[in-house]
Design a protein around this ligand. Structure first.
Ligand code: FMN
Length: 227
């Protein structure tokens, strides 16, 4: 299995979301899932922000693009290829001002491409091309935005991620949200991290189960071919 792992926290060693995404991959290894990793730190390799040239080139039919347009789209083409080649996507990020870090928004702007990550079907409907990928979002939040909290209605992160990736065909993403962290007492923070690690271990166990089923099916197919 090929996993694309994207981190988006401005913090490095101190980052909770980075630690949780590493924890998830460790759990997968513990579950004996074999995977190849494609790692992207969008705070270091930030995809280019949308420019006028990009906005024009992206909606131009591929066969009508000039060499300059193709050059403008090249970084986005490369990122889309990485995304489409992955079998699973692990995106880890903090909540910043109720939504996502701008570097991750730049990533979304770069990978939402007509004719590449979504296509128009003959009946006019849009077909997202990420329908086969498993997708896990790991988010870290300073406040507690869980149901019943006074901050619940401020969550502009989960709906934005659901919408952007739903459009690309991700129907059932998994969310593990660590909260409250920064704006909580040490006990509440420790409990939030423990809760998130517990949920991540469950997701890893589920992914392992699915991967082992796929492996067994592939083995059975090979055996049938050989007979
Ligand atoms: C610039 C900035 C804006 C933030 N905005 C919010 C926010 O709107 N809501 C919230 O719950 N936490 C907010 N936080 C807190 C972070 O989401 C929290 O500390 C999180 O654990 C950071 O993740 P990280 O450790 O991976 O960097 C903000 C933190 C920073 C640095």
């Amino acid at each position: 299995m090929k996993i694309m792992h994207v981190d988006a926290s401005a913090k490095r060693e101190r980052s909770n979301s980075r630690a949780l995404s590493r924890y998830f991959l460790e759990r997968l290894r513990d579950e004996r899932v074999e995977f190849e990793l494609d790692y992207l730190d969008v705070t270091l390799d930030t995809p280019p922000h949308v420019t006028e040239a990009f906005a024009i080139a992206t909606y131009k039919a591929a066969h009508e693009r000039t060499p300059a347009m193709r050059a403008t789209l090249a970084p986005s083409d490369a990122l889309c290829a990485r995304l489409l080649a992955a079998d699973a996507l692990v995106f880890a990020m903090p909540m910043y001002n109720w939504s996502m870090p701008s570097a991750f928004k730049a990533f979304i702007d770069s990978v939402t491409r007509t004719g590449v990550t979504y296509v128009h079907a003959e009946d006019g409907s849009i077909v997202g091309q990420l329908g086969r990928q498993k997708v896990l979002f790991i988010t870290s939040r300073g406040a507690d935005l869980r149901a019943g909290s006074p901050y619940e209605s401020m969550d502009a992160l989960t709906p934005a991620l659901r919408a952007a990736f739903g459009f690309l065909g991700v129907a059932r993403p998994t969310f593990v949200d660590a909260q409250p962290l920064q704006f909580a007492d040490p006990e509440a923070r420790a409990a939030a991290l423990e809760r998130a690690r517990g949920e991540l271990a469950e997701v890893a166990a589920q992914w392992a189960k699915d991967a082992h089923v796929t492996e067994r099916a592939a083995d059975a197919l090979c055996q049938a071919d050989a007979e």
